[in-house]
Design a protein around this ligand. Sequence first.
Ligand SMILES: Cc1cc2nc3c(=O)[nH]c(=O)nc-3n(C[C@H](O)[C@H](O)[C@H](O)COP(=O)(O)O)c2cc1C
Length: 315
Amino acid sequence: MQIMLAPMEGVVDAPMRDFLTQIGGYDRCVTEFIRVVDNTYPDHVFSRFCPELATGGRTAAGVPVHIQLLGSNPEAMASNARQAAKLGALGIDINFGCPSKTVNQRDGGSAVLREPARMTRILCAVRDAVPADTPVSAKIRLGYEHADDFSAIIAAIKRSGIDELCVHARTKKHGYKPPAYWTRVAEARQQLGIPVIVNGEIWTPAQARQARSESTCQDIMLGRGAVAYPDLARHIRAEDAGESYMPMAWPVIADKVYQQALTLHQTMPRYAGMRTKQWLRYLSQRYPEAQATFERVKRHKTFEDMRGSWCEYSA
Ligand SMILES: Cc1cc2nc3c(=O)[nH]c(=O)nc-3n(C[C@H](O)[C@H](O)[C@H](O)COP(=O)(O)O)c2cc1C
């Protein structure tokens, strides 16, 4: 079983990838999407999304990071993929799952699922543009309006010759609302001779087991569950190996989150406060103490201001 950390724009950035891969259990990460229109980005843009390019395309814990591109112009997608590979990206992932209105209105993300032939053109162009040993993957949903188009989407993937597919087991219309339809992913497994990764609504080891069983996929991708439960991947692995696992207790997590926020504050002071509050909201889904901490710090804008209330609570 491989466990991937999902791309999450505005949430899973390089510091979060570093944090979660240090805790462990992940085999691979994907960057937030880089939106491609018709130009080829200069190198610094790729480095901004993927600072890990400076360290061989891996996080400090040694986990490979693939670069994700989003767009619908095959030539521009190909030239950006080529550039990313030249800069050392260890893989290229194409986003056909984003439900955002702004992105979809400009024909990107999940909007492309409505045009399987276009998906194939984009994927073929990207596959041709990068060296054969640079894996190209796609991240899709079951469809745009409904899942009836899933077979045509899978056929488009098959024609493209890409190396791997990740399926977020919902349509664009489903958004992020539970449930995820893991059983539907089994069709992709049956039709494609490439690894298929199941994604969506995996928050616990039991859900990981069920998602793998229903989808018949070996591999999984964790998004919000990973942010809410930093040692979820380790817990899933332990269960899979039949070992008992003692999840990290809140004081351990809280200390790590605090240290991470402090580092963010030192490197990106304007952004640390907002990001830390956002993270506490995710963590609140698992740890009631995170909710209490959030309530204490929510009125503060910067992490500097938050520190007093945070420490007061922890003491
Ligand atoms: C805030 C947020 C940002 C996301 N950004 C991206 C993105 O940049 N690229 C992408 O392919 N998917 C993105 N996704 C989708 C996730 O990768 C994942 O497919 C989805 O959250 C379902 O998995 P989960 O139920 O484990 O969270 C995003 C999801 C969320 C909630």
